[in-house]
Ligand binder design. Sequence first.
Ligand code: AMP
Length: 189
Amino acid sequence: MLNIVIFGAPGSGKGTQSERIVAKYGINHISTGDVLRAQIKAGTELGKTAKGYIDQGQLLPDELIIDILASTLDSFEDSKGVIFDGFPRTIAQAEALKKMLAERGQEVSIMLDLDVPEDELMTRLIKRGQESGRADDNEETIKKRLVVYHSQTSPLIDWYKNDGKYQHINGLGTMEGIFAEIAEAIDKI
Ligand code: AMP
């Protein structure tokens, strides 16, 4: 079982690199952001709740997102492993993931930290907003998301270092170059 946490600030390339990991290693992909955007599009109650948080650049409550993750995990059959993209984002979520996997006789294999300088993150996200129309990719909301990343999410770097799963990845460069570094780290597990 290959259970990968792909980690990094908004705009660090988690989604793009996840697609490549899925293609090479044949594992399932959970992007909590994609799940929430699909719920918003479908107009569900969860989508309505999620929209309020997403538009403000804030995180959804841990219990809610942990429930979503557990049910998505249970929907996979004959899985070779999972790439967790955009989850965990808080220490409580990381602890819940550890417990959830342990209950299934599994663990996180590696946490890949895509490290990208702040000015580059801003440039990428503004560009993505213009190209995709994603509502939270505007300058004001991006700034809030980066504050949330630094206060609530970046403590996970030390958490995963203590857990012995941390792997730094240089998130600047070509998509191919970054993926080569990722694949090298995964192949060493
Ligand atoms: P993303 O597509 O991963 O950048 O997520 C977009 C937004 O969805 C975030 O800014 C949060 O509002 C919400 N979200 C996604 N994943 C999580 C999570 N693990 N915990 C809380 N909120 C989340």
